[in-house]
Design a protein around this ligand. Structure first.
Ligand code: ZN
Length: 272
């Protein structure tokens, strides 16, 4: 598991979000995440229109729209997954997914991945070296660790090219990696196993080094991990966390970019 260590000073100036801390963050930041969604996002966009808009941006107006859809789609997916988490023991159907729902989630996730890929060259790459950013991880539903700069759009890196910031501002490479991991993990599970964990049950996934394939075993109770390197337990909280991270990060980047794109204010981190 990843663990980021910080000095007191760093903690004050950064917002931490990683595999370990996310459960705590979820409780303490839930309100903030909800409040971070500007009103215009809910009012002005129809989520399914994301497939129709131009995602190769030539100006700040186009970029603003695409970023709006990125955070809107990510929030939409997070809400779908969260709605399945509500404990309704008498109504198990409400917690299960249909094949159509799963296909739709994968379609939106692919759009998030491809669109983030289109946008990444418009933003300066992050300087922060993150040990948790591991494209080769075999752990299902693995997410990166993020430490966003608390100065956000007021950070000097936006205005002064001689200044560096070692916290996260725009992290498209990292979030693309996390989205790819989520898509792959959902495909490993398939519908039957996905619905199994959303009934508050567990899965043991095992990676075969030779064949590079996963096997999945269902369990009523928490599973015993024998081999920490190749065996991983999956429960619904792990899956929800992946969607939380993607929504959180895309909203953070949307908010930071918006303050520049909505005005004639130029940021050195945005190449438009
Ligand atoms: Zn900064």
């Amino acid at each position: 598991m990843d663990l980021d260590l910080y000095s007191e000073e760093e903690v004050k100036n950064a917002q931490l979000f990683n595999d370990e801390s996310i459960i705590v963050s979820k409780i303490t930041e839930k309100k903030e995440v909800m409040e971070e969604i500007p009103q215009q996002k809910k009012d002005n966009i129809e989520i399914e229109n994301c497939f129709k808009i131009i995602t190769e941006c030539k100006n700040s107006k186009q970029l603003l729209i695409v970023l709006q859809y990125l955070s809107g789609v990510a929030n939409h997916l997070r809400n779908i997954i969260r709605s399945k988490c509500i404990k309704t023991n008498e109504n198990a159907c409400a917690q299960s997914f249909t094949q159509e729902e799963l296909d739709s989630i994968l379609k939106y996730l692919n759009w998030l991945k491809n669109t983030s890929d289109n946008l990444k060259t418009l933003f300066a790459p992050p300087l922060r070296k993150d040990n948790s950013f591991d494209p080769n991880s075999i752990k299902p539903f693995k997410t990166s660790s993020y430490k966003f700069c608390n100065y956000s759009d007021l950070c000097l890196v936006h205005k002064n090219k001689n200044k560096n910031c070692d916290k996260n501002h725009f992290v498209f490479e990292m979030i693309i990696n996390d989205i790819i991991k989520l898509i792959e993990s959902l495909k490993i599970l398939e519908l039957n196993n996905l619905n199994w964990v959303f009934l508050n049950k567990y899965l043991l996934t095992e990676f075969d080094i030779e064949t590079k394939k996963y096997s999945v075993v269902q369990s009523e109770i928490q599973v015993t991990i024998v081999d920490q390197e190749t065996q991983f337990q999956v429960d619904k909280n792990l899956i929800c966390k992946s969607f939380d991270v993607i929504s959180f990060v895309l909203n953070k980047m949307y908010d930071e970019a918006t303050s520049f794109l909505n005005s004639n204010n130029k940021s050195l981190l945005i190449n438009l």
